[in-house]
Ligand binder design. Sequence first.
Ligand code: SF4
Length: 267
Amino acid sequence: MLNMFDPIQLTEATEKYVCRERNGTVFRRYWRFRGGRWYGGIATADCVGCNLRCVFCGPLLTFMRLKDKGELRSPSYVVRRLTDLAMVRRYKYIRISGGEPTICFDHLIEVLEIAEKYPFTFILETNGILIGYNRWMAEELSRFNNIHVRVSIKGTSPEDFEKLTKADKKFFKYQIEAIKNLYDYKVSFHPAVVASFSDNESLNELVIDLKDIHPSIAENVEIEYIILYRHVMNSLKKNGVIPKKAYNTSWELLDEDMIRRLINENS
Ligand code: SF4
């Protein structure tokens, strides 16, 4: 396939417009603060910018490419919005989502430092590329007792990864490296695998690879199937990619034929 990109280079390019240093503090662009039902209730700050271009990400992806979207926010502002929401709604969890939180890593670290003073667990949802590429990031994260990292592995093989993210397949391995690094530095984490586009054999092989790092990691794998929101279906159709399994918005798990029908009817 042509023109697959390098997510490390894309990180650097993205940081130029979503991060800004002011008087020693790194601000990051955010486009929304919201509550949500995931994890039994979680306050979420949606950041701008990602270093992948997943075909199932839908309009967020377009949004993330726009340089002037969202507002630059300081770490203290982000924590205040998250903790206010969490307190009012009695959530136990807070997170940064919407884009890739490890971009502007200094900003993330300051958010975690401030969030440590509050009684909430910070869920760090990441694609793992940067934590795999920069082992020192896992070491930095190991300073915090209030975090749990969810590494969402895109696809089950380098080929799947390339098809789904449009990033060069050689970067798939950094997601696995992230798991190794987090394990080595004893950071609380679990792997999730976007398995919507993969066959069982390939999924089993990935789980065996994770088991080689440590059996407990394989036991805690979360299998992730995408949800067929309208914008996701539009994006899948545009990219000519049909999942093998996915949820409809009523949380029914559909097979490939049902998904194809649904996409043709609704997108
Ligand atoms: S890694 Fe997540 S935020 Fe980034 S493009 Fe993929 S689905 Fe979207």
